[in-house]
Design a binder for this molecule. Structure first.
Ligand SMILES: [Zn+2]
Length: 278
């Protein structure tokens, strides 16, 4: 599943190509993904010009300007398996699992493929962004200054829930998905199953620093594999960065040589070293 670093990598790619291009044609193959697609509003984007591509949590926010109308935002979520990519060549046929595409001028095609259809496509006015149901309740970005040890301590205070669950709750901090939660906790040497309220300030500082470092490294790694996962037909290169614990159950811990353990927590695979993480 695309996580924050992969979405950020896609954003950077789109930010190079989309701004100043105008939407000349919209084609929809279906009227819903995870949620209904506002078909009329999407078609009404014909004639609009991209000005920027931003990201909030795992949502791609494409800013569009339309002459004589309020600025629009096209929201795209990649869900479990979505790929949003630029195609310099006119498509001759629909790809398998391709659900929508746009012809832009000067000639470029923006295409969306999503086998599992958990993605989203929405259109809103820019002024609606702060109150949008998918965007309005989100916590701070992990790479922004607002995500501090003090913020994390405040969020954990009085909570019995496991730390990893709290770390993955989008109300508290956005975009630390399942893989990067396991990785960040290992790097901070904090056990994922500990009740959140037992977190100490020293550990919160380590966890904030580890989360940022892990995500930033993954963004750099994502950048280097960008071509593989936004271009061709192969599976995305989402997991190519080096992982210390995620997916390494029963393999030796990179720090102590003990065996990495694996449990299911809140329905999600969770990896940790029971020696290093306390
Ligand atoms: Zn270890």
């Amino acid at each position: 599943m695309p996580e924050l670093p992969e979405v950020e990598t896609v954003r950077r790619h789109l930010q190079v190509s989309l701004p100043t291009r105008r939407i000349a044609e919209v084609e929809l193959m279906r009227e819903d993904l995870r949620y209904p697609i506002p078909v009329d509003a999407v078609h009404a984007l014909v004639g609009a010009t991209f000005t920027a591509v931003r990201r909030r949590a795992k949502y791609l926010l494409c800013d569009l300007t339309v002459a004589g109308q309020p600025d629009r935002v096209m929201l795209v979520h990649l869900g479990m398996s979505g790929r949003l990519f630029i195609d310099p060549h006119a498509p001759t046929e629909w790809r398998k699992h391709e659900h929508w595409r746009m012809r832009l001028t000067p000639d470029l095609w923006l295409r969306y493929v999503d086998p599992r259809r958990f993605g989203a496509l929405d259109v809103l006015e820019k002024s609606e962004e702060v109150t949008h149901p998918l965007l309005g309740t989100l916590g701070p970005e992990p790479l922004d200054a607002a995500f501090t040890a003090q913020h994390l301590m405040a969020v954990c205070k009085g909570r019995q829930q496991a730390l990893k669950i709290v770390l993955m709750d989008q109300k508290h901090v956005v975009g630390i998905g399942n893989i990067y939660a396991s990785e960040s906790l290992w790097r901070a040497r904090v056990h994922p199953l500990r009740p959140a309220q037992t977190l100490k300030l020293r550990e919160a500082k380590a966890l904030v620093a580890a989360s940022r470092a892990v995500l930033q490294e993954a963004i750099v790694a994502g950048g280097s594999t960008l071509k593989d996962f936004v271009g061709g037909d192969e599976a995305p290169g989402y997991f190519q960065q080096r992982l210390d614990v995620y997916g390494r159950g029963d393999a030796p811990c990179h720090a102590c040589g003990g065996l990495v353990e694996h449990v299911v927590l809140g329905g999600r695979a969770t990896y940790f070293c029971g020696v290093c993480q306390v």
